[in-house]
Design a protein around this ligand. Sequence first.
Ligand code: NAD
Length: 250
Amino acid sequence: MKLAGARVLVTGGGSGIGRFLVERLDAESAEVCMLERDTARCAEINDLPGGRIKAYPCDVTDPAAVDAALQTVFDAGFDPDVLINNAGIIHSEPLVNMLSRGERVHSRETWRRVMSTDLDSVFFVTSRVVDHMLAKRCKGLVISISSISANGNPGQSAYSAAKAGVNALTLTWAKELGALGLRFAAIAPGFIDTPSTRAALSEAAVTRLQQQIPLRRLGDLQSVYLAVRHVIENDYLTGTVLEVDGGLVM
Ligand code: NAD
């Protein structure tokens, strides 16, 4: 698929990886629209010079809100060629916290919140968008931002399970819908230098981590963008989980 002129819908485009993707895709002449929970960030994007990127407030964990926001997007004449499921939260918590004086087991509430944001949302948004692509006879593409944590990461039960689920959905849909010309891929970043990574890791943890990464540095946002562009442009690529991790998982 040619990137220039492609209509790309991004979830969680308000900050970090999503924000970088919407701005780079727009700069390379894609038509970009996004769903984002944070209304202030939506307003900021809608006010950007040129007004080309359209941001719609939507909490992607709420199926009714997803259906309503997508209907607004479609009614505005935006028929996505590409969906990028990016919205997500990173969460770390041990299965059992043996040092806790109170409840020792992983909070069920945070488990649900992470599964809902990182996995349910992918199902809610993709099912509606794929239905629309099929109705429009569009040979579209769905890219989901997964994580290397899908391989199992100590201290990240919910996050790892959600991202493993995203990979499984990607393979399932690639097999189920490939004959109709639809493609599905996941991109699994390692540690990317974003505000959410910096908030989750201390400076000492970043230094330790860098020593374990074969390329000895955190990834930059451009490395994720280049993977997204590659998946969009390479029409023979489907059912792939593409790791962008400086060699951390191999
Ligand atoms: P971020 O927190 O900087 O950005 C996430 C964006 O998604 C925010 O704008 C947030 O408001 C939005 N969002 C969150 N929940 C939402 C909801 N329910 N509805 C709508 N929007 C919502 O995070 P990031 O680091 O840019 O991560 C983006 C994606 O990349 C996530 O799926 C994350 O799991 C994945 N990822 C990040 C890294 C990393 O190193 N940063 C590594 C691997 C995978």
